[in-house]
Ligand binder design. Structure first.
Ligand SMILES: [Zn+2]
Length: 402
């Protein structure tokens, strides 16, 4: 059920018509706040849902799962089956404490592999049912959620913000939020989000003052190849997070010190450092997307793009409009041709959504192949090949090894 859902528009107010848009990771958050400029009366706000996993009431959680499953085009039998499995998992969590067996009656087991998705759906429904109905929600400029961690930008007074947050805590979902806000800086996930003097947002690495050096020790028995690749991943992470070079160099020095303390060789550390130096930040944040487009008669087209999703969407819309001038409709691409034949070349009701993604920053060639594989995977999974959908061709070439 891992449908990544991100719409081209990020403003929270648009969310009512769409599935909620949980963040997948820090990079996702960085991409969404990159380039934002804060006005004088804007506030950075973070919220935390208190003990989410154990506070989800089964009936609410099941209702959320059903609500979002009904929005997919999975058949009713499959949806029923998934819900039955979910119900089983929720009602059969036995554990032993001090030699006595217990059955968990409320909430989900934190270790269950469906728990994060389940929690995401539950909070997705909470966002739709509660947040969007809370007085003052129109002052929320941007709203990002990673499971139970929320970051948003508020425009207005702090008394209104206080009122909004207190209102959020009155809900039938058993959700209690704690929060922090500032005009200058907040910490969210592993990010410090700060406002610079010109209002633009800058980001740095956030490490709790109590955090220890958790890097894997070089003397551990993991495969040597895995261990020597850790610095590369960690330096790239710093590079992505730090929006300015000064902050990156400071974090890189600290990271080098921590790697040395864990017994890593200078050669491995340097390789990671210089690799991240040679990659510019925008390319590290770049992504390739597999998306679906659904027309008013529910036919689906799966496509992909390595450029900005917004640009690709605009191209599709333009193609549909331009089809009217075409003298040879048979030569049109599948979306404009379908809209020409079935919808009077009017793109109204055409809806786009990203469903999968590949980061292209690190290994360009590999990423292209993985992207093609994902596209093929979704064409098969959602059965969008003509005549069932709007895709006209499918290729399995990307799965072959030469
Ligand atoms: Zn149609």
């Amino acid at each position: 059920m891992r449908y990544a859902t991100f719409a081209p528009k990020s403003r929270f107010n648009d969310a009512k018509s769409a599935v909620s848009q949980p963040m997948k990771d820090t990079t996702d958050v960085l991409r969404r706040i990159d380039g934002l400029v804060l006005e004088e009366d804007m506030w950075l706000v973070t919220c935390d849902v208190e003990s989410l996993y154990t506070s989800i009431d089964h009936s609410h959680g099941m209702r959320a799962a059903k609500f979002f499953l009904d929005m997919t085009n999975l058949g009713p039998e499959l949806i029923h089956f998934i819900l039955e499995l979910l119900q089983f998992i929720l009602t059969h969590n036995f554990f032993v404490f001090k030699d006595r067996p217990f059955l968990q009656l409320q909430g989900t087991a934190m270790g269950a592999s469906c728990a994060p998705s389940y929690a995401n759906l539950f909070l997705g429904l909470w966002e739709r049912d509660t947040v969007l109905d809370t007085p003052g929600h129109s002052s929320v400029v941007s709203w990002l959620r990673y499971i139970d961690d929320i970051f948003f930008i508020w425009q207005g007074s702090t008394s209104q913000l206080d009122m909004f947050l207190n209102h959020l805590n009155i809900n039938s979902f058993n959700i209690k939020l704690t929060w922090a806000f500032s005009q200058n800086s907040v910490n969210f996930l592993d990010l410090s989000i700060l406002k610079s003097s010109d209002g633009s947002i800058i980001t740095d690495v956030f490490r709790k003052s109590t955090s220890t050096n958790a890097l894997l020790h070089f003397s551990s028995s993991h495969p040597p190849k895995l261990k020597s690749s850790i610095p590369v991943g960690q330096f790239l992470r710093m590079r992505r997070i730090c929006s300015d070079d000064g902050a990156f160099h400071k974090q890189a020095a600290d990271l080098t010190r921590r790697f040395r303390m864990r017994g890593y060789k200078y050669a491995d550390i340097n390789r990671g450092y210089s690799r991240s130096l040679h990659l510019d930040r925008p390319s590290l944040l770049a992504e390739a997307i597999v998306y679906y487009a659904q027309c008013p008669c529910k036919q689906i087209y799966i496509g992909m793009t390595t450029r900005a999703f917004k640009v690709r969407v605009q191209e599709h819309i333009r193609d549909i409009h331009n089809a009217v001038k075409c003298s040879e409709p048979a030569l049109l691409k599948s979306i404009p041709r379908h809209f020409f034949e079935a919808h009077n070349s009017n793109p109204k009701g055409l809806c786009f959504r990203g469903i999968d993604r590949v980061y292209i920053g690190i290994r360009g060639g590999n990423a292209k192949q993985r992207l093609l594989q994902k596209e093929t995977h979704w064409i098969v999974t959602l059965n969008t090949l003509s005549p069932f959908g709007l895709n006209e061709a499918i290729s399995f070439k990307s799965f072959l090894q030469f």
